[in-house]
Design a protein around this ligand. Structure first.
Ligand code: OOB
Length: 548
């Protein structure tokens, strides 16, 4: 199938609607309803977003109006239904103003992370033919205007760059986009619930990242289901500690979950205890989500912290495997319930339940949101393994995509003929239906929740004039879980080169810093399989003696 976004066959769609999973909701409509029901409740707290760097809040009514004004302004500038807009914003209130405006227009946000650089952003812009790109002026000491200038050179279709939080330089200030203080709410091109809402990024295991097409109906179901399982109500206060655009803090249950419930979203500029703990105390945060390295940091810091963390009810931990020992420390240290989450931007999300026995919470990664989430555990030949045995996780369901956006070749590999997504994760299922993640078959490094496609880094290494061949694998790291090890064979006639020089080279290629190999090891040959292919399995085993 060559359609831009493969979708659910009619029979499945009908079933998901009949079951009440898909309720015909849209993001724009959802916000409108919440704003009508409780206009004066606070929706967004941006602790440093005020004019003087102070606290700024938007009520549901304000967010709704801002989204309409922004939608009208973007429409006036020619951003229309179906256009792609690369959104690369940190945890600031404008993130929500922009994405809800795009949702209302029916334009698709392409969610980039603040860490992405020229290589990634250039690819997102050219692959999607993006009409606009939204950035902060600076963030974390980095000037995104310079990045935008470089990106624009290679992206002729990019008509607009909008800049928030500082001097826009050669571009347009985001605050200048809304022209009409009381615009007519957008009607034309209003998206239907089954339409695409946005493109999310995949962790990836291939040379170029794949884009994940999510619809209004399917995503809002995963959010509604998450709220129920995570206990999110109108009284909850969700702290966005991880980058706002990532699927975990967006929807599990995340900021969108909180807005769906009519709750309050607090944006933490950084996820570290020094920044997040004071916010937990001052804003009365009840729930948040972290990747394992940050959960370790919080667990270590909490007992010595002067801040009152007693409002925190639930800490979700996911994105990478959380060790049982670390999981056991969360409750006592933070005085809250741990909820493990094993999710993926492609869809399927598993949670331990708040009332699961502690042993289940600390030793499993949870079970699916939906009774209609189908789970298959198969061997290398796609045959189901006996109950409880370990194998490849395949899944299909009401909020798991049926294919990546514009990627028929990938799709043939990543999905079975009957529509199951090959997650690349190795799992087993306990008698209670909980999943335990035992490993990974995809060629990826999970660096503390940040996913790195080995092939992407290998391609950058191969561009170095002294490099003959390269293979990138994970090696264990006590804090991150995994870090990146690059095995490199130099050309026989090459000038000698050091590991740090190779890392510097990769850095100059303009990609996110977390993808630069942590360590480079020079070798003269790679182990091979019986048929003479490089054996990543043996390379991984050499990097981690614990792996078979
Ligand atoms: C989340 O989403 P992605 O798309 O960045 O990464 C998905 C992959 C999974 O296929 C798995 O390999 C890994 O991340 N993963 C875990 C895990 N949670 C995710 N591996 C072991 N244990 C876990 N608890 O990472 C994501 C999306 C929504 C909610 C939470 C995480």
């Amino acid at each position: 199938m060559t359609a831009a976004a493969p979708t659910w066959p009619a029979g499945f769609a009908e079933r998901y609607r009949e079951a009440g999973w898909w309720r015909g909701e849209t993001f724009g409509g959802m916000l409108r309803e919440r704003a009508a029901a409780h206009p004066d409740r606070i929706a967004i707290v941006d602790p440093t977003g005020g004019p003087d760097g102070g606290r700024r809040t938007w009520t549901y009514g304000e967010l709704d109006l801002r989204a309409d004004r922004m939608a009208a302004g973007l429409t006036a500038r020619g951003v229309g239904a179906g256009d792609k807009v690369v959104v690369q914003l940190p945890n600031v209130a404008e993130f929500f103003e922009v994405v809800f405006a795009l949702f209302r227009i029916g334009a698709l946000p392409v969610f980039a992370l603040p860490a992405h650089r020229r290589t990634e952003i250039g690819y997102f812009c050219s692959f999607t033919g993006a009409a606009a790109y939204v950035i902060p002026a600076t963030h974390g000491g980095f000037d995104y205007r310079e990045l935008a200038a470089r990106v624009r050179e290679d992206a002729p279709e990019l008509r607009h760059v909008f800049v928030t939080g500082g001097d826009p330089g050669a571009f347009t200030a985001l605050s200048e986009v809304p022209l009409d203080p009381n615009p007519e709410p957008p009607v034309h091109g209003r998206p239907a619930p089954r339409d695409l809402a946005f493109l999310q990024l995949s962790g990836g295991s291939t040379g170029v990242p794949k884009l994940i097409p999510r619809t209004h109906d399917d995503y809002l179901y995963s959010v509604r289901g998450s709220n129920e399982l995570c206990g999110v109500t109108a009284d909850s206060v969700y702290l966005v500690a991880l980058p706002a655009a990532h699927n975990f803090p967006l929807s599990s249950p995340g900021s969108i979950g909180a807005l769906y419930a009519g709750a309050r979203v607090v944006l933490s500029p950084q996820p570290v205890p020094d920044v997040a703990f004071p916010l937990i105390e001052s804003e009365g945060v009840t729930i948040t989500g972290l990747v394992p390295p940050l959960a370790l940091l919080w667990t270590d810091a909490a007992p010595r912290s002067p801040y009152d963390l007693s409002s925190l009810d639930v800490l979700l931990v996911g994105g990478a495997k959380f060790s049982e020992e670390a999981a056991r420390r969360v409750g006592p240290a933070l005085g809250c319930t741990l909820q493990q989450v094993f999710g993926m931007a492609e869809g399927l999300v598993n949670y331990t339940r708040l009332d699961d026995p502690l042993e289940t919470i600390v030793t499993t990664q949870g079970r699916p949101i939906s009774p209609d989430d189908e789970i298959l555990v198969v061997d290398d030949e796609d045959r189901e393994v006996p109950a409880g045995a370990t194998g490849h996780l395949l899944t299909r369901g009401p909020y798991t995509i049926r294919g990546y956006w514009n990627a028929p070749t990938h799709n043939a590999r990543s999905f079975t003929a009957d529509g199951f997504y090959r997650t690349g994760d190795i799992v087993r299922v306990t008698p209670t239906g909980h999943l335990v993640v035992e490993g990974r078959a995809k060629d990826q490094i999970n660096r503390g929740g940040e996913k790195i496609a080995a092939e992407e880094v290998e391609n950058h290494l191969l561009a170095h004039p002294a490099v003959h061949d390269a293979n990138v694998v994970a090696e264990p790291d006590p804090y991150l879980g995994e870090r990146t090890l690059a095995y490199v064979i130099l050309r026989a006639d090459a000038e000698p080169v050091t590991g740090p020089a190779v890392k510097r080279f990769v850095r100059t290629r303009g990609l996110a810093a977390y993808k630069v190999p942590d360590r480079v090891e020079f070798v003269t040959a790679f182990p091979t399989t019986g048929v003479g292919k490089v054996s990543k399995k043996d390379l991984r085993a050499a990097a981690d003696p614990g792996v078979s």
